[in-house]
Design a protein around this ligand. Structure first.
Ligand code: COA
Length: 255
């Protein structure tokens, strides 16, 4: 374990904090290993219903630790960094990124695997891959154009143009921008809402959005099949019973 990743869990919400503020939370292989452990464990932990990822100090993360990265470059899935990308992209539980300050390189590309993004006014997003002689990673050459359109993605990925929090919100790159002091309360409020929802319905909805079939007829058929199972599920039973009984539904017994 490394003290550079801090993990806490309370009332269904797992908070993962990048905690190396003196180096702007630059990511070492030890940090990638700890992140991967936490994300993989959350998939099978019924106590975790939503996850928040954030950074300590005035940066979300400045990306790969340049020195560590050069010494131990990640080029296969056996390496800690190579394990992290599949872990975050196949995460089953909903992920909220709470972005404070700079998000550079993989600091921005990892956000493409978050389900909701809250940005502090101090947030900055930058992917300077070409200037470093590199190419985009984490599926960002596909996911960034999908998120903001080809022209804007080209400016960010080819030229390395950065954007601030308000542009990110205008472009739909993040869900909302809040004052820095409101970042964590806002992220926790969203996580608490997600944690109160029927967990299997949330997981299946995320799986459809993230990994559903690419063609519409297959996607609709898959949705229908899952929808039919859902109608008969105990979670839906509780939702319908609560409606009829004019009470708030309680999904806490489901996992
Ligand atoms: N890898 C290793 N160390 C890093 C780092 C990184 N990605 N980003 C920051 N640091 C270190 C700096 O070397 C410095 O260490 P020092 O105090 O021992 O000299 C410390 O973190 C503080 O960084 P500094 O540059 O002084 O802070 P700043 O507020 O002026 O700038 C950044 C912050 C994030 C804008 C700037 O550090 C930066 O551009 N970092 C590199 C980002 C990058 O290229 N990432 C992609 C890597 S693939």
């Amino acid at each position: 374990m490394t003290e550079n990743i801090v993990i806490t869990c309370a009332v269904g919400v797992l908070e993962i904090r990048l905690n190396r503020p003196d180096k702007k939370n630059a990511l070492t292989q030890d940090m990638y290993a700890a992140l991967s452990d936490a994300l993989e464990a959350s998939n099978i932990d019924p106590a975790v219903r939503a996850i928040i990822l954030t950074g300590t100090g005035d940066a979300f993360t400045s990306g790969n630790d340049v020195r560590d990265f050069q010494a131990r470059a990640a080029t296969n899935t056996e390496s800690p960094a190579g394990r992290f990308l599949p872990a975050i992209s196949s995460l089953k539980k909903p992920l909220i990124a709470a972005v404070n300050g700079a998000a550079i390189g993989i600091g921005t590309t990892m956000l493409m695997h978050a389900d909701l993004i809250v940005a502090a006014r101090s947030a900055r997003f930058l992917m300077p891959f070409t200037a470093l002689g590199l190419v985009p990673e984490a599926g960002s050459s596909m996911l960034v154009p999908q998120a903001i359109g080809l022209r804007r993605a080209n400016a960010m990925l080819l030229l390395g143009d950065g954007i601030d929090a308000s542009t990110a919100a205008d472009w739909g790159f993040v869900n909302q921008v809040v004052d820095d002091a409101d970042l964590m309360p806002t992220a926790h409020a969203l996580a608490t809402r997600l944690a109160a929802l029927p967990p299997e319905a949330v997981r299946q909805t995320k799986a459809l959005i993230r990994h559903g079939a690419p063609d519409l007829p297959t996607r609709m058929a898959d949705e229908l099949k899952i929808f039919a199972q859902r109608v008969a599920s105990p979670e839906a039973g509780e939702a319908f019973a609560a409606f009829v009984e004019k009470r708030k539904p309680d999904f806490s017994r489901f996992s």
